[in-house]
Design a protein around this ligand. Sequence first.
Ligand code: ZN
Ligand code: ZN
Ligand code: FE
Length: 776
Amino acid sequence: MSILRQRLTVSGQVQGVGFRPFVFRLAAAHALSGLVRNTPQGVAVEVQGTWEALEAFVLDLREKLPPLARIVTLTAEDLPPVPDETGFSIAESAPGRGHNVLISPDAATCPDCLAEMNDPADRRFEYPFTNCTNCGPRWTITRAIPYDRPVTSMACFPMCPECEREYHDPADRRFHAQPNACPVCGPKVWLTDRDGAPLAEGPEALGLLARELAAGKIAAIKGLGGFHLSCDAADARATAELRRRKQRPAKPLAVMVPDLDAARRLALVSPAEEGILAGVERPIVLLAKAPGAALSPDVAPDTDFVGLMLPYTPLHHVLLRRCAEAFGPDRATALVMTSGNRSSEPICLGNREALRRLGHIADVFLLHNRDILVRTDDSVLRVHPDTGLPLFLRRARGFTPAPVFLAQDGPTALGLGPELKCSLCLTKGPAAFVSQHIGDMENLETMDFHREVLAHLEDVLQVRPEIVVHDLHPDYMTTPLAAELAAQRGLPRTALQHHFAHIHAALAENRHQEPALGLALDGTGYGLDGTIWGGECLFVDPLELDHQRLAHFTPFRLPGGEAAVREPWRIAQSLLWDLGLREPEAWWPWRRDRAQASDFLPQVLERGLNSPVTTSCGRLFDGVSALLGLCPVISYEGQAAILLEKAQDMAETRAYPCPLRTGGDPAVLDTLALFRHALDDLRQGAPAGVIARRFHLGLVQGLADLAAAFGHVLGIAHVALSGGVMQNLTLARELPQALAGRGLVPLVHTQVPPNDGCISLGQAVYGQRLLELGKI
Ligand code: ZN
Ligand code: ZN
Ligand code: FE
């Protein structure tokens, strides 16, 4: 029987995830000799044995991967056999420059670790920092690569002899688990009051915290990527108080429950939703509330949905167990877990910082001494009911820094993101690394966070950008930031219009390289003509970088500018003005509370004072919502549209007409017709639910007809869908169906959010391509 030898080179997420012990066990199972070692490119495996055994080994290597491992490339080359080789070994890491290893995102506690934590005889019984190569913190504790303990925030915890033994034993689940720790040598928790005075430490701290929560107190809890603010989710008084102190009147609050059974008591959970809820990423999943769910009405007042998540750290598991004891058998164990920040500021990171910034919100603080190196919020998504795929609202913990794999290789480009829901993106070869959600770039704290994230991502990826791409908006804080970076580093920079960036992002994650149509259904973005765009039909050639604005929504004015965004009634009145209703009428829903401001608006509109022109889709939703009296004023972004979507009477089947006017260039989708018909119906006494439904149906059909018309003329079948309005589940379901029904192929976001969280991806791939073409 002839003996062969092969060298396999594996790249991807293959370090710090138990890959070498896995290879070691696999080689033994197939009676192969050889060795495995970490290299700058990933992992190199040399295996020797029969052809059949080698074949079976490679098959298993691909198919039986450890939970956190991901193979991106696997290449094989033949080597001369080594005579008399016996056994298989794990060799020293090969030194060298360059790096192609992916740091794993943070992963939820694995079943093996959980079993140890539940076993009173185990040395890690209820230890809140238990982890192994299959689970635990990664991204949030890693400073740089190569990923070794000294570059993590575990550097200051020398391992005890028992942990040390596990760490060096190739057969152990904790072989080279960098965050390995136990109660003897690892991080510790303690509880303090709002002044930082200690109340309890160790296991007693979690017991006392649970009793405080049971008594209606509000706690700040240090977690994986930052602090949470927490209280009993069934306690109406505590949730109202949390809202008051956090100055967050209505935006939904996320809730953590112990397990899937508990989730099913609060929400209707489909099998696809269960899979994502319980997956290693553990995002917050928006689920339909169960009838009679034991939740304070304050948790999610505007919607039929509730954001649930399962515990993702050992600390959460122990805390929820203590809460179950403290709350007693008659009360559900469900904790509000909302980001520990003041509205619009980044999530808190350090112990002292939390005491300073959250002292006026929380009564008690659960602290620990493992540092968080980079802020990372919880991810938020819904599961698309038809496809079972994620629809991201916020992409962060559990997903960052897993890359979006592109169709093409290229130089490293940096996309800085827009103003709101900002992320940034660095490309490295054919992979695009979209950062965690950074937030709204409206204050210095968020600007600093943006800088932190860029520095961290550059360190972990070991790349430096060759071009900087920013939004076209002159007043976004990312624009001077781009100028500053470009000047500091001597790099070219360029601006990309917001909605072209949206469409580039959608095309990139679908690896679509042909010319395509794009529907950008968005809030606002600075347009090429200086007006505010947001309801756009675009042509994009992602390789040649040809861009064209084919059509847009009927333009209207935003009286008061930003004030109109906060007060949708102004938009309704502006649209009524466009229909010729210039004098305020008594029946307008906002006349009761805002007669004075409303009386003043005709003068503003007449003179065009501070009334920017927009084609925004999101603002059109706001206007209709206000017309129906659903939401004259918003307290969080998207609120008016959320209420309009919720109001729909799904038994209704008629759609308002929304015709395409092709006279000019660009063409105009007559979205004012939708508003006019809503007004007519309202005057005839039609219920809000019927009007809301007819509006949604009309918009979907109008958009699909528009895409079909241009698709026919240009010979294009693919239509990329992006923009914040695509978070609307009605559009996310019905628009792709309507496009498919007209023979078109919808391309949607499943890896990054359709909202402005995707802009940095579009900017980065555009910059990468621009360098490739030598156009800059
Ligand atoms: Zn584990
Ligand atoms: Zn130890
Ligand atoms: Fe946008």
